[in-house]
Ligand binder design. Structure first.
Ligand code: SF4
Length: 238
């Protein structure tokens, strides 16, 4: 199937156009451009991660915004599903019915993974189109520490509930999340691995044999240091 598409592309008549496009594109997680999409209590900025986005603008890089899968799947911008379910999970830890709650949670996780795989296929198909038409995808940037867009660091909500005492998570923290406390919890709760959407993206890139840079932005690091690290990685000027 992939071979067919490649062969068809080779035989396609190329449009000989001339305009000002730079043919360089970066893909970024939704909330790097729009912090309003972040989970309640964890947005550190009013709008975008300005310094990072400014660097792309200054380097004439086109920006594609990935969908926020948490907003889509977990009850919109307020994550209503998670905020209803998480207190229940937290309260069930150590009780006789916890295995049942964990079972239900695994079913929901399965649904999230399937939806992320479906969306990843669509995104990577579009990336492949760019690549085959001679454009350069300079990178795909996720958000480390996110259960969905994490690249090398992610979170597992069930494990967090199981470790609620060690992580010092209370019901109050979940019902009324506050930035400072959320940062503290996230720093302690991060685990190695990719989030649901980015692990699906990475798998789909591999499946289509697209060797692209996928990197996690650490929103808890010092912004300027993080921008310099990414500039270095992607070969750009700050
Ligand atoms: S990290 Fe991903 S899932 Fe989380 S708010 Fe940002 S775009 Fe949405």
């Amino acid at each position: 199937m992939e071979k067919d598409i490649m062969n068809r592309r080779k035989n396609d008549r190329k449009i000989n156009f001339k305009d000002n496009r730079g043919r360089k594109i970066v893909y970024v997680s939704c909330c790097l451009l729009n912090q309003n999409a972040q989970s309640p209590g964890i947005a550190g900025r009013k709008g975008a991660f300005n310094e990072l986005i400014q660097m792309f603008l200054d380097n004439d890089i086109g920006i594609e915004q990935l969908p926020c899968m948490e907003c889509r799947l977990w009850g919109g911008v307020s994550r209503k599903t998670i905020h209803t379910f998480q207190p229940l999970v937290l309260n069930s830890v150590g009780r006789a019915w916890f295995p049942f709650v964990e079972f239900c949670s695994n079913i929901e996780t399965g649904k999230t993974k399937r939806a992320c795989r479906k969306e990843a296929k669509k995104v990577v198909k579009r990336i492949q189109d760019y690549v085959m038409e001679g454009y350069t995808i300079i990178g795909i940037l996720g958000v480390n520490g996110s259960p969905t867009c994490g690249v090398t660091k992610t979170l597992n909500y069930i494990d967090m509930a199981k470790n609620k005492n060690k992580l010092d998570i209370t019901l109050q923290d979940l019902m009324n999340p506050q930035l400072e406390k959320m940062i503290e919890i996230e720093q302690k709760a991060r685990i190695n691995g990719s989030g649901f959407f980015f692990s699906a993206l990475i798998d789909e890139l591999k499946r289509r044999k697209l060797d692209l840079t996928v990197e996690g932005i650490d929103l808890l690091s010092k912004p300027q240091e993080e921008v310099e690290r990414i500039a270095d990685l992607l070969g750009m000027k700050v």
